[in-house]
Ligand binder design. Structure first.
Ligand code: COA
Length: 225
């Protein structure tokens, strides 16, 4: 299960939990009324559980961060490994973007690979003088894989004399908004109700996306290279 948190967030949470626990432990239980004593004891127990879970997650993250992986161009063997991951996440090998259906099975791209395992992948298309990121997914999140894949596609675009990267995401994907903007991408276009057309092309697109938000609009970001 990928972590939803960065190491900084986990470390901040750990510090906050620890200081709250110390404060609670300083309170003299013998001076509390029975109901308040029970409440305090429950709070202390809950804080200890939260601390233990945070420490476990920090440990897992530290192990993942030391995980060595390499970024490779996608060849036939890698494509075989990526396709089931892609199909499971996106519901089909076809990607519906900007009123068009694209076949992911023939797109060039890069993968983050560790031994036999694919930790993430990025597929792109060069068209209309642009380089468009068609699919980006990290199987193991928050250890820099998507950032490394973006660096690689920037390089590929420059080698093809393309000076702009674009990417589309849906209105529910607030994590992706943050991720792309943190990497210098800026808003290029918002296509209201684009999912209605996309669903005609790819009926398996669900009605609700991340956090139960209605999947409705397409948001395009761009990055000048
Ligand atoms: C959006 C997505 C691709 C990001 O992938 P990711 O591999 O987790 O991204 P990264 O690890 O490069 O960066 C995520 C965070 O981890 C942090 N991070 C990276 N390496 C780290 C490390 N070694 N130690 C601590 N933190 C690290 C980064 O700083 C970043 O935080 P920031 O944005 O505040 O700077 C991923 O969440 C995903 O696959 N989502 C589902 C599919 C999706 O929505 N795709 C995009 C739609 S177009």
């Amino acid at each position: 299960m990928p972590s939803k948190f960065t190491q900084t967030q986990l470390s901040d949470a750990h510090n906050a939990l620890q200081s709250t626990l110390h404060k609670c432990q300083k309170i003299d239980l013998t001076k509390q009324a029975p109901a308040q004593r029970t409440l305090l004891e429950r709070r202390i127990a809950a804080l200890k559980i939260a601390l233990a879970l945070t420490e476990k997650e920090q440990h897992t993250m530290a192990e993942r961060s030391s995980t060595a992986y390499e970024i490779c161009s996608i060849d036939a063997a890698l494509r075989e490994k990526i396709q089931p991951i892609l199909d499971a996440t996106w519901g089909a090998p076809y990607i519906a973007v900007n009123n068009k259906l694209w076949d992911s099975r023939i797109m060039p791209g890069f993968a983050a690979v560790q031994g036999d395992e694919v930790l993430g992948y990025l597929l792109y298309e060069l068209h209309s003088g642009l380089c468009e990121i068609m699919v980006l997914e990290s199987v193991v999140q928050n250890i820099g894989i998507a950032t490394a894949l973006i660096e690689q596609v920037k390089q590929a675009a420059k080698e093809h004399d393309v000076c702009k990267l674009i990417v589309q995401t849906s209105n529910d994907n607030t994590h992706a908004f943050r991720f792309y903007q943190r990497r210098g991408f800026v808003l290029r276009e918002i296509r209201l109700r684009a999912m209605d057309t996309a669903r005609q092309l790819k009926p398996s697109i669900p009605l609700a996306g991340e956090d139960g938000i209605a999947l409705r609009d397409e948001i395009e970001f761009e990055l000048e290279l």
